[in-house]
Design a protein around this ligand. Sequence first.
Ligand SMILES: [Zn+2]
Length: 397
Amino acid sequence: MHDLLLRNARPMAGESCDILIRHGKIAGLGSYRPEDGMAVEDGNGAIVVPGLIDAHTHLDKTTWGMPWHVNDRPAILQGRIDFERENRQEIGIDAHRQSMRHAIGLAANGASHIRSHVDIDTRHGLSLVEGVWRTRDALRDIIDIEIVAFPQSGVMVMPGTVDLLDEALRQGCEVLGGIDPCGIDRDPKGQLDILFALAVRHGVPIDIHLHEAADLGAFTMELIFERIRANGMEGKVAISHAFALGMNDYVRVGKLIEEIARLDVAILTTGAPSVNVPSIMRLKEAGVRVGGGCDGIRDTWGPWGQPDMLDRAKVIGMKNGLRTDQELAHVLNVVSKGGADVMRIDGYGLDVGCNADFTLLTGETLAHAVVDTAPRPLVVKNGRVVARKGKAIVEMP
Ligand SMILES: [Zn+2]
């Protein structure tokens, strides 16, 4: 935990001030003189926002920093899952090394926290989770990593997976994942009953990948709502992607969103360009917690993406057709405070007493910063500088 005086920075693009940090916490905003021996940084009038949050990613999957992965396969969901599971070792996707690269990249670009789903299946057991755990320990002073025990290959279709999820939660994964209970498992009742029972037993939240679109996804959402009510898990469930909310039926989507708000379900979006996605402005109006994520970047699933939440804000903003400054400020909120609300991060923000986790952004306004996506001048975690001019203080392995 560190002391620091950041001079001349503009919180949320407002008036310039100094930010005084003591023991890794924000101790004051105003005008301060440096004390003897205190580290001082000049913000040069840049915007300062709380740390960016990647609330939906896959640290164990990227080929970042590896030779280019040639993808000549059709983009079918089940095919992508099977290919990755059967070939990741041969390709050389080492979960520890690759998660280090991915996480350091995110930190260099201003992120302070990550929620990463990590694959658990009967072929790899918990070995991929163990690799990301090593990364979490190694980067403890750089970025916080929360791990979702994620049954990427399905639950009911891969006997043995439930025991592995149970073990992963016992060993300390903070969140239980799930995936397309209809589309992948063909057994929504089976998967959801098991997931909710596991989550209740371990006292952890659930974050379910739901690619299922339109009526099928809406049906699965209704099954999820039933189980939230039955298990008293209001406020403890997130639905990632939630493509069904992008369906072209305004009234039906409205009813789903009402229930999502009532049960305090969080939605994670990546602004996936190739499918219909939930409207972040409509979810905002309903008071739903919404976070953003890079999802997989440059992996066997697809070539796109980079470890940068400001770049992701731009993708989400473009996908949502946002144009006004107010809307662009909101998309920045989705990849920062929105993600913190989903992950329930204590002490998040720029108020006195908050954790000194923040990033400087270049631009006149928040909207300008999102559109420009310029390298972050300075990133601070726990009161310590962890990146400068887009480069982290630690090297990628
Ligand atoms: Zn994902």
